[in-house]
Design a protein around this ligand. Structure first.
Ligand SMILES: Nc1ncnc2c1ncn2[C@@H]1O[C@H](COP(=O)(O)OP(=O)(O)OP(=O)(O)O)[C@@H](O)[C@H]1O
Ligand SMILES: [Mg+2]
Length: 251
């Protein structure tokens, strides 16, 4: 009857990054970056070293000064990391940030200390990530792939609706990467949005619904894995070759 009833009620994006710019002194690490992550979507942020990927994460988490806007579920994101948890955001770090002398279980307990049913929630999360057998061991005694699963369990135990993963496949072998992909898929299928930074291109191509490619702080390509794979600018940024094949050529 009314024109606007023709538009179906649209859910706001889980995460909306608008015109994000972050500068460190004279260096513009992130330059006018805009993208969104919809509910249950897996979006990958890729790009060469120093492209600004971790800085985008830090901006989302309120850890750096920024220009532009970050919104979660259609409302401005709080600029304090602690408050972000209450808005459903959780992250893993490029360095794992675990407490080496604490047990696996106690590391995973940290985000849910004081919650009712914490023990049951922790036990279920340890089980989901195949950590039950390691639960009482100190993190320092664990192999690197097991530590990475502890970091992931700690990020998941609060039941986030928006999960940020910084290089989750880094340092893992093929079997662990396959298990990680299954975990990310399961989490997304349950409705949690995932934004991941990753260098491992095969993993990204297999898991992401959409890919955002950064180079020198700017988005140079954005699309489905197939669209991004075919993009010449992406090839250039990764391989350091020019479209005209003039690498190393002296003019
Ligand atoms: N706190 C900081 N102070 C000054 N410069 C910084 C800071 N954090 C990042 N930078 C610079 O900003 C740029 C982007 O860095 P960032 O860590 O976001 O890159 P990245 O894409 O995550 O790279 P990598 O793939 O190596 O992790 C780099 O030039 C880096 O040196
Ligand atoms: Mg980084």
């Amino acid at each position: 009857m009314y024109p606007n009833t023709l538009h179906t009620e649209k859910q706001p994006p889980r995460l909306e990054v608008s015109h994000l710019t972050v500068s460190f002194g004279g260096l513009t690490a992130v330059d006018d970056v805009s993208f969104e992550v919809r509910p249950g979507e897996v979006v990958a942020l890729i790009g060469p070293n120093g492209a600004g990927k971790t800085t985008v994460f830090n901006a989302i988490c309120g850890l750096v000064r920024l220009r532009g806007a970050i919104a979660l579920d259609g409302r401005a994101a709080p600029r304090r990391t602690a408050r972000l948890t209450t808005r459903g955001l959780s992250r893993t770090l490029q360095g794992l940030g675990l407490f080496a002398s604490l047990s696996v279980r106690d590391n995973v307990r940290i985000p849910v200390v004081g919650s009712t049913d914490a023990d049951a929630i922790i036990a279920a999360q340890l089980d989901a990530l195949d950590l039950t057998g390691l639960a009482e061991r100190p993190v320092a005694a664990l192999a690197y792939p097991d530590r990475k699963r502890v970091a992931l369990a700690r990020a998941l135990v609060s039941g986030p609706s928006m999960l940020l993963l910084d290089e989750p496949a880094g340092g893992l072998g093929p079997d662990d990467i396959e298990a990680l992909a299954a975990t990310v898929r399961r989490v997304a299928d349950a409705g949690c949005s995932v934004l991941l930074v990753e260098h491992h291109v095969d993993f990204v191509m297999g898991i992401a619904d959409r890919i955002v490619v950064l180079d020198f702080g700017r988005i140079i390509a954005h699309g489905t894995p197939d669209e991004v794979r075919r993009d010449r600018r992406v090839e250039e940024a990764y391989l350091g070759i020019r479209v005209d094949g003039a690498e190393g050529a002296v003019a």
